[in-house]
Write a protein that binds this ligand. Structure first.
Ligand code: CP
Ligand code: NVA
Length: 309
């Protein structure tokens, strides 16, 4: 059976720890000037229905670092589900490449790609989840805190794809997770219920609150993301009203622990969900976090395309 990387719910806590350990090893090798060509001769097809900087470049560079190659396929070329059915795209593409990374709107499309693919499929973000991002986030927190178990991550804002995957990885690894969202923008109940089971097993908690202060209080990490995600542009006016006040700024930082760090998956909307002083300040790990996408991606690629190498 072909293994995929579609959603963190498919991975056990041990799998995730093993992948993060591999990411750390690959980062160490890379920073001492070398990369083992474990993906020599392998190719990755990258299908994008939405724009990207980090996901596209980190996957492409990740493949090159490991001796392989990657092909960017733009939204207009494939017309996933419009020009051709998702199933047929998958059947054809998986005959050409050794792995597929896709960024889609409907989560069902990534599942459909995986169902019909003969090669591993990686979810580079869907409307529901952003698992590759959560891996880089946790890698960043492990570098900072060494032991993440018992720490608290506070997410301020929309219960969106980024928040769901972050909650899932926290739950699996025994990290407390708190989220403050306005009415109507809470995390999906089903995702919360599943993550609560993982959190219980790992001895941690998931809290959903209304006010940013309640989530930020004594937190080790403040995390935020766009108020308006890709594909929600028509709701921008309504969302900006609902999220006013859900901003990571200097006042909110004061509620968190004095040595708390700040994360953001990027792209950031400075002056909206995060202020310049916080994003560029001494507690921000936003850019190391973005760099860690590369190392996390390499671990996922190595694990799926060259297991055991
Ligand atoms: N964080 C993230 O996924 O960035 P991109 O949308 O630029 O890939
Ligand atoms: N929630 C954002 C994440 C971007 C990386 C979006 O889906 O647009």
């Amino acid at each position: 059976m072909v293994r995929h990387f579609l959603n963190l719910t498919d991975y056990s806590a041990d799998d995730i720890r093993r992948l993060l350990q591999l990411a750390r090893q690959l980062k160490k090798v890379w920073s001492s000037g070398g990369n083992r060509p474990i993906l020599k001769g392998k190719t990755l097809g990258m299908v994008f229905q939405k724009p990207s900087l980090r996901t596209r470049v980190s996957f492409e560079m990740g493949m090159r670092h490991l001796g392989g190659d990657a092909l960017y396929i733009s939204p207009n070329e494939v017309g996933l589900g419009r020009r051709e059915s998702v199933a047929d795209v998958s059947r054809v593409l998986s005959g050409y490449v050794d792995g597929i990374m896709a960024r889609v709107f409907a989560h069902e499309q990534i599942l459909e790609l995986a169902r019909h693919s003969r090669v591993p499929v990686i979810n580079g973000l869907s409307d529901d989840v952003h698992p590759c991002q959560a891996m880089a986030d946790m890698l960043t927190l492990m570098e900072r805190f060494t032991e993440v178990r018992g720490r608290t991550v506070a997410f301020i804002g929309d219960g969106n794809n980024t928040a769901v995957s972050l909650m899932q990885i926290c739950a699996k690894l025994g990290v407390d997770f708190a989220i403050a969202s306005p009415d109507g923008y809470a995390l999906p109940e089903k995702a919360v219920a599943a993550a609560r089971k993982d959190a219980e097993a790992a001895g941690s908690r998931i809290r959903m609150v209304r006010e940013p202060d309640q989530a930020a209080l004594a937190a080790d990490v403040l995390y935020t993301d766009a108020w308006v995600s890709m594909g929600q542009e028509e709701e921008a006016g309504k969302r900006e009203k609902a999220f006013a006040g859900y901003q990571v700024n200097a006042a909110l930082m004061k509620k968190a622990k004095p040595d708390a760090v700040v994360l953001h998956c990027l792209p950031a909307h400075r002056g909206k969900e995060i202020t310049d002083d916080v994003m560029d300040g001494p507690q921000s790990l936003v850019f190391p976090e973005a760099e860690n996408r590369l190392h996390a991606q390499k671990a996922i690629l190595a694990d799926l395309l060259a297991p055991g190498a």
